[in-house]
Design a protein around this ligand. Structure first.
Ligand SMILES: [Zn+2]
Length: 165
């Protein structure tokens, strides 16, 4: 099912015992940028997304039971349903009712919203004036040669108003 290479890699990141039940791939871009989404995700909503993604194996919409996810998150089913409803209202996770079955959850809204933030990636990268090594614009000095980077005039990326799309 999963390649030996990938299995070894995840067990090195955690432990062998902790990964025998599997793992969940989470996009680093999601982890680094969900706080920039507008409307914002709160932490329980972001965590619920991770729990939902744990049930998503491919392009198909997952349909885990919300009460089971609630138990795993240590919250009531009512609270988990509220987070799922808010995610739906914010346009990130669309719930599809299936007759006599658990809802399916579609992520097209979330994925599109995150992809709209992708231009930020280019803005975040600052080339060194001396050696051209690219650093994140949170860096004050070039990671390669130590030259001071001119990043003070870069747009403030934490502000939604200044995003360039
Ligand atoms: Zn440099």
């Amino acid at each position: 099912m999963k390649s030996t290479f990938t299995k070894r890699e995840i067990s090195q990141r955690w432990t062998v015992a902790l990964t025998t039940d599997g793992w969940t791939p989470i996009s680093n871009f999601f982890l680094e940028n969900y706080h920039r989404l507008d409307p914002a995700l709160n932490h329980p909503e972001a965590l619920l997304i991770i729990h939902l993604i744990a049930h998503k194996w491919d392009e198909q919409a997952p349909y885990p039971s919300i009460s089971r996810l609630a138990k795993r998150m240590g919250i009531s089913t009512t609270a988990a349903r509220k987070h799922a409803r808010r995610l739906h209202e914010k346009g990130y996770v669309r719930r599809e009712a299936r007759s006599a079955k658990s809802n399916a959850f579609h992520f097209d809204g979330l994925f599109a919203a995150l992809e709209r933030l992708l231009p930020l990636k280019a803005l975040r990268e600052v080339p060194c004036p001396k050696c051209k090594t690219v650093s994140d614009n949170s860096a004050r000095f070039c990671k390669s040669c130590g030259t001071r980077l001119q990043v003070d005039n870069e747009p403030a990326l934490d502000s939604h108003e200044e995003m360039a799309f």
